[in-house]
Design a protein around this ligand. Structure first.
Ligand code: GDG
Length: 492
């Protein structure tokens, strides 16, 4: 297993005198005001889950949008705070956005344009000129924050590691201000095929923004290849097949696949703690899960995650195999997100409606088949839910990687668990011992639920053992080290 100590060594060896700055829209810690007191929370979302352990291991500065109601109260005059609280390991520098900026850049262009454009789930992207203007403005604001930060650092060499689709143009603005800064970019969601991307009115500017980076990473080769094909069709650039890079106006961008992961060891350790075992017992009792087969869904509530599809499959399963009534419970947890957007309001109502209908149809006086909580769940409790669930169901219609699958595997110290996994997730490429489904195919989904229940325990354990070896060998520290090593080979 690749350890955080090894990552630290890699950073010292490869990054040497470089400063590391991470940029992302979402911050890793949010301070909120509740009843006059400040509380700190780790928000839901894949990029934060993956990068927080990396930053804890290697230090540096993380610049992100300060979105919490208590965020301004706790930062110093440079908008900085050391995190995590109690055991500070790196600097979080917050930048502030007006309501207008957030509306156009985040809700509008990021989540109503780029998100549906990149996920092939038949949700029509919205193209609004005013959102695009705001997206450019805020991307520039992030770049300015980097330049301001570097100004204070006496010209030390800097590597800026930019995260995700909200910041596609930032490298361009950084390079305009200082071409010596090395920029690496990681796109956390799928890159669609060129036919899907070509409808975007701002496609050339987006591609050119991304090509300002020195390296661009995707989760899987398929997304990287889609990106290369898109560039070849849309702008004038040369492809170097040997180096797997794109050259535009003399500037080279390496294109790589780096499958992201989780902190396997830490999750494994957390779920084994006495407190966690106690919490699991209590949760089972409180939710009447004792003696039941527990199926779990855990997602940020999003229309890409295939939540209605899994509820419908569960409903059909109970229709087809009524003998499982009262023996099985499906628990769906995970926080609502992007609530101001109509498509998210719609998916929330659809899930509420389905849960109501399915429970009404199948429940008995002492059994409710579906438990649905859309409240934000503290991360420790998420891990506890994983540890007690017999099966996790991941039915994304399209997903860059999906970290829930890997978190679940890391939590199964006793090998007692199974994964139903959509073939349209990035993680499906690695997790070959999962039970695969096409979430659009309800009958196959129902049969897979049955197959998992029927599979002998020994066989399930064998599969889980293989899955655990895969995730522990390819943990988040190895992911980060591979990115740094690849950059260092060419640029540092
Ligand atoms: C994007 C890409 C890619 C969920 N609800 C709560 C909560 N979560 C946590 C989970 C997990 C994370 O959020 C979700 O990560 P995913 O990877 O499953 O999905 P996205 O948020 O869509 O992430 C995805 C990822 O970026 C990384 O590159 O894998 O494909 O879409 O860690 O545990 N956490 C807490 N409360 C919740 O209610 N604390």
């Amino acid at each position: 297993m690749y350890t955080k100590e090894e990552l630290k060594k890699t950073i010292v060896n490869e990054l040497g005198e470089y400063n590391l700055i991470v940029l992302s829209n979402r911050e890793p810690y949010i301070h909120t005001m509740k009843e006059g007191r400040i509380k700190v929370q780790r928000p839901s979302g894949g990029a934060v889950t993956a990068l927080d352990p990396v930053m804890k291991a290697c230090g540096g500065t993380w610049i992100a949008h300060g979105s919490g109601s208590g965020d301004r109260k706790v930062v110093d005059k440079n908008n900085k705070i050391m995190v995590p609280e109690g055991d500070p390991k790196y600097t979080l520098k917050r930048l502030w956005l007006s309501k207008e900026e957030e509306k156009g850049y985040y809700y509008g262009f990021s989540n109503e344009t780029l998100w549906p454009l990149s996920h092939i789930v038949y949700q029509r992207p919205v193209f609004r000129e005013e959102d695009w203007q705001m997206y450019q403005k805020v991307n520039k604001k992030f770049a300015d924050a980097v330049i301001e930060e570097i100004g204070r650092r006496n010209n030390k060499k800097t590597l800026v590691w930019i995260q995700d689709f909200q910041l596609a143009l930032t490298a361009k603005y950084i390079k305009e201000a200082n071409p010596n800064i090395i920029c690496a970019y990681f796109w956390h969601i799928p890159w669609p095929n060129p036919e899907a991307f070509r409808i975007c009115p701002f496609k050339k500017e987006i591609i050119e923004g991304i090509l300002a980076n020195d390296m661009v990473g995707f989760h899987i080769r398929y997304h990287a290849d889609n990106f290369i094909e898109t560039v070849e069709r849309e702008v004038e650039a040369k492809t170097d097949r040997e180096r797997n890079s794109l050259i535009k106006e003399g500037h080279e961008t390496l294109v790589r696949a780096f499958p992201i992961s989780v902190d396997f060891e830490e999750i494994s350790r957390q779920v084994a703690l006495e407190a966690s075992l106690k919490r699991a017992k209590k949760l089972k009792k409180d939710l009447s899960l004792e003696g039941k087969i527990v199926f779990l869904g855990c997602d940020r509530i999003d229309y890409t995650k295939g939540i209605p599809e899994r509820l419908i499959a569960f409903d059909k399963f109970l229709d087809k195999y009524p003998r499982y009534k009262e023996k099985i419970v499906f628990v769906q947890i995970g926080a609502v997100s992007r609530v101001l957007i109509k498509a998210y309001e719609d998916i929330n109502s659809e899930i509420n409606r389905l849960v109501g209908e399915i429970n009404w149809k199948h429940s008995t006086s002492d059994w409710t088949p579906l438990i649905f909580s859309k409240e934000f769940v503290p991360y420790n409790d998420i891990l506890t839910f994983y540890s007690l669930a017999d099966v996790i169901v991941i039915s994304s219609l399209h997903d860059g990687m999906n970290l829930v699958a890997k978190e679940y595997i890391a939590s199964k110290n006793d090998y007692n668990g199974a994964i139903i996994l959509s073939q349209f997730t990035g993680s499906a490429r690695e997790l070959q011992e999962a039970f695969f489904i096409n979430p659009f195919n309800t009958d196959e989904f129902v049969d897979t639920i049955k197959q998992v229940i029927d599979m002998p325990q020994k066989e399930k354990e064998k599969r889980m053992k293989i899955l655990r070896d895969i995730v522990s060998d390819n943990n988040i520290y190895k992911w980060a080290a591979t990115v740094i090593q690849e950059l260092s080979k060419f640029y540092l």
